[in-house]
Design a protein. Structure first.
Ligand SMILES: C[S@@+](CC[C@H](N)C(=O)[O-])C[C@H]1O[C@@H](n2cnc3c(N)ncnc32)[C@H](O)[C@@H]1O
Length: 322
């Protein structure tokens, strides 16, 4: 059976997969760096195009991704390598080693398996330790965060990263509860959120703890900091003509990606009334599409988790483009 027509690996359906293949157009002999390998759903669409002379370098900070990577490595003919790390740390190391990539992909956020595995603590609908670390061996967990952050910081992070309307009462309820007993499980946190929001809000806008869980997860994993550092290294890693694609799921992520790509694609930045260019600024890249790509209805019908996905891409300019 051709690789592409197989069922998605371990239940994770790759988001915007057709659009990723079209935009990043991997070719025989090229090197792809997949910064967020997950279950290898996108890898199974990209790696077969590379052929024997190609290379597929997979990065994931979740150690479980290594087992999904092993499945892929058995199935493709290109050279493969797995790096267990935050891409923000791995990409500069690859750059130092002299690697240049033709394609770099970031598919941000969580995989379905991470959400569905109760014990990882990402899901508000399953009782589990309040963990939420993508790499369970590194850094502070969500339980550590709710045990130590000030009420003001808790409210601020829920407002900023979760757009949580009731951030202040929820933060107050967290601080009150932790003075009595530690908050250690997803169930504890859900119960605190339920107790803090007005009754009508319990039945509107999805699960009442959805936004709080999202905010904690973003902070626990320093997702925006990793993206900021990772974008710069990813672009630097591109060979001339190389393509970078980023799928984001949160407006703060997309804003960062959009600004980053727009700045790289921007040529002269002189005021329009300047008769000749005095800034000397030249574009380093060209946008692969003028607008972000969104999932089509057929994909949304199949995979509701794709709802907020946006794909943006940029090509690094080479000497021939100038
Ligand atoms: C949406 S899933 C990727 C799914 C994958 N594209 C597929 O089709 O199977 C995101 C994955 O990226 C990983 N991840 C998220 N942020 C990361 C980071 N900063 N560094 C490395 N891995 C990261 C997560 O652990 C998760 O496995």
């Amino acid at each position: 059976m051709p690789l592409e027509s197989r069922r998605p690996a371990r239940g994770h359906e790759p988001v915007l997969a057709d659009e990723v293949v079209r935009l990043l157009a991997p070719r025989a002999g090229e090197t792809v760096v997949d910064c967020t390998f997950g279950a290898g759903g996108h890898a199974r669409r990209l790696a077969p195009a590379l052929g024997e002379g190609g290379r597929y370098i997979a990065i994931d900070r979740d150690p479980e991704a290594r087992t999904w990577f092993a499945d892929l490595a058995d199935d493709v003919v290109c050279e493969t390598r797995f790096i267990h790390a935050n891409f923000a740390d791995a990409l500069p190391r690859l750059l130092d080693q002299g690697l240049r990539a033709d394609v770099v992909l970031m598919d941000l956020g969580l995989s379905s398996m991470q959400v569905d595995r109760a014990e990882r603590g990402f899901s508000y609908s399953r009782q589990a330790p309040l963990d939420m670390r993508m790499d369970p061996a590194r850094g502070a967990s969500a339980a550590d965060l709710v045990a130590t952050a000030s009420e003001k910081d808790l409210a601020g992070l829920m407002r900023t990263y979760g757009e949580e309307r009731y951030a202040r009462p929820i933060a107050r309820a967290i601080v009150r509860r932790r003075a009595i007993e530690p908050i250690t499980t997803t169930g504890d946190l859900v119960e605190i959120v339920r107790s803090a929001v007005p009754t009508p809000a319990l039945f509107a806008g999805g699960h009442p703890a959805k936004r709080v869980f999202q905010a904690l997860r973003i902070v626990v994993n320093d997702e925006l900091g990793s993206l900021e550092r990772g974008l710069a290294s990813a672009f630097a890693l591109l060979a001339p003509g190389g393509r970078l694609g980023v799928i984001s799921f949160h407006s703060l992520e997309d804003r960062m990606v959009k600004r980053f790509m727009r700045d790289r694609a921007q040529g002269c930045i002189c005021p329009p009334d300047m008769p000749v260019c005095g800034c000397g600024h030249t574009a380093e890249g060209a946008l692969l599409a003028s607008k972000a790509q969104r999932p089509r209805q057929a994909e949304l019908d199949r995979n509701p988790r794709a709802r907020s996905a946006l794909l943006r891409g940029i090509r690094r300019l080479g000497e021939d483009d100038r």
